[in-house]
Ligand binder design. Structure first.
Ligand SMILES: NC(=O)c1ccc[n+]([C@@H]2O[C@H](COP(=O)([O-])OP(=O)(O)OC[C@H]3O[C@@H](n4cnc5c(N)ncnc54)[C@H](OP(=O)(O)O)[C@@H]3O)[C@@H](O)[C@H]2O)c1
Length: 442
């Protein structure tokens, strides 16, 4: 199937698409519908020569000539005439072997596969460098939102110090529901599933695996160092309770699942990298607090540019395909020019800091006996662990009282040891909510 015949300015570039599901079908549709513009932008027609799928007879969201469909993905990438391969199958295998085979065979590759990049990105980048070909993956983080290219290119002359993102739409939808309707986690998850925002098996989203993969990719690009999924401290949202969300609301904050990547100065004068995914309270005045429903946003702080925010639809077939096609045009132009774009930049080789050494702030709600000296005893426990208190609110409740303490910054190890010690105190009936806090209230 040759697109853009009318604008033919040279030899057609041959494209193989691996996968024709939510994203792949929209990639194929855009290749068909935008063919003339794509040919003009690339400088040559783009010819779809094959689409690999698992089942030939599955219903498709796009009309395709039967002869283009194949279940032999390895055969398709081994074809001598394929210039570009789009991998939108997902998962580790066979995606990894297919991408490696495509590069070895001289094709450039565009992929949306965050799981694979976060697990084994360096193997793929090395294969691309060895082959002298491109490996582009804008769609792997935050769907349609351009964020990898700004980090790789627009901010290449600046020093990025922090990337803070809401990079998983499913969990944002659930937390937003819990905040606006007072629903519990299970009810909000069920609604997300009914509306198609959550998978039948929601583990990858609600336990933070998806966000952790994206955090690894963001941190690698932002800090020019290799960060893989196993380096990322990960906590999901399945333990977030209505009480946490209500407690956040009481202090003018909202609970979000955040991917946090930051440079942290260490003793030898270098910077280490801290990468973590966990629920956190952020003030409602913070730009990320207004990211509602299944939207994504990434907040970047850099020395010269200051604060930047990237916002938009972070998933969905068509938005993700938009990012794939953007990469496809760049990679195709590079092929025609006989060049390749920037490859992996990992020269800084920074260490990844263990979570215990990351500096965070905690919000802790404690049910205590309502009697003299309790507040002082609690404050002493914080002080004994080297944690200073920023604010404390006390509310009487019959014979008990609730203390809500927000700490100043300390290491995560100091803060979690404080909470453990609080749980062991006679005067403490229960620690009802523990959550990290990000961002200063304005
Ligand atoms: N969906 C999103 O919103 C989104 C957003 C950002 C990134 N992504 C990433 O995009 C990729 C694709 O996601 P998706 O949602 O489009 O997945 P999907 O709807 O499950 O589609 C996967 C496609 O791959 C095909 N496939 C599976 N195993 C195969 C094999 N061994 N050989 C050949 N084809 C095979 C399937 O074929 P059949 O159709 O025959 O089963 C299907 O067409 C993933 O890496 C995902 O993380 C997705």
């Amino acid at each position: 199937m040759v697109f853009g015949q009318a604008d033919r300015t040279g030899k057609a570039l041959k494209v193989a698409v691996l996968g024709c599901g939510s994203v792949g079908s929209q990639v194929v549709r855009l290749l068909q519908e935008q063919s003339a513009d794509l040919a003009a932008r690339v400088g040559a027609p783009v010819e779809l020569v094959g689409v690999a799928v698992r089942r030939l007879d599955a219903p498709r969201e796009v009309a395709l000539p039967e002869e283009l469909l194949t279940t032999d993905a390895h055969g398709l990438v081994a074809r001598e005439d394929v210039d570009l391969v789009v991998e939108v199958i997902g998962g580790i295998e066979p995606a990894r072997s297919l991408i490696l085979a495509a590069l070895e065979n001289g094709a450039s590759v565009v992929t949306a596969n965050k799981a694979l990049l976060a697990e084994d990105g360096p193997t793929l980048f090395e294969a691309a460098a060895k082959a002298g070909r491109d490996l582009y993956y804008e769609a792997a983080v935050a769907g349609a939102i351009p964020i990898l290219r700004p980090l790789r290119e627009s901010l290449a002359g600046d020093r990025v110090t922090r990337v803070l993102g809401i990079v998983n739409g499913t969990t944002n939808f659930i937390l937003d529901k819990m905040d606006t309707s007072g629903a519990g986690f299970e009810d909000a998850l069920q609604e997300a599933q009914e509306l198609g925002y959550a998978e039948a098996d929601p583990t990858a989203d609600v336990e933070g695996f998806d966000a952790a993969a994206k955090a690894a990719i963001l941190a690698s690009l932002a800090f020019h160092s290799r960060v893989t999924a196993s380096d990322v401290h990960r906590e999901g949202i399945s333990e977030v309770r209505s009480a946490d969300v209500a407690s956040a609301r009481d202090m003018g904050a909202v609970v979000k699942l955040l991917a946090i990547c930051e440079l942290v100065p260490v003793e030898n004068g270098d910077d280490a990298v801290s990468v973590r995914v966990h629920p956190a309270m952020i003030p409602r005045s913070h730009p990320l607090a207004s990211v509602r429903e299944a939207y994504n946003a990434v907040f970047v702080e850099s020395e010269a540019a200051g604060q930047l925010m990237f916002y938009g639809p972070g998933a969905g077939g068509a938005p993700t395909a938009s990012a794939v096609l953007g990469d496809l045009v760049t990679v195709a132009r590079n092929l025609l020019a006989g060049t390749r774009g920037a490859g992996e930049s990992a020269y800084a080789d920074r260490a990844v800091l263990p979570m215990g050494e990351a500096r965070t702030r905690y919000h802790v709600a404690i049910d205590v006996e309502d009697r003299a000296g309790v507040l002082a005893a609690v404050a002493t426990t914080f002080a004994d662990h080297g944690v200073s208190i920023k604010t404390v609110h006390q509310e009487g409740r019959d014979l008990d009282a609730q203390l809500v303490v927000v700490s100043h910054e300390a290491t995560d190890a100091q803060l979690s040891a404080t909470v453990e010690a609080l749980r062991g105190m006679d005067i403490v009936r229960d620690v009802t909510s523990v959550m990290r806090v990000e961002g200063e209230a304005e």
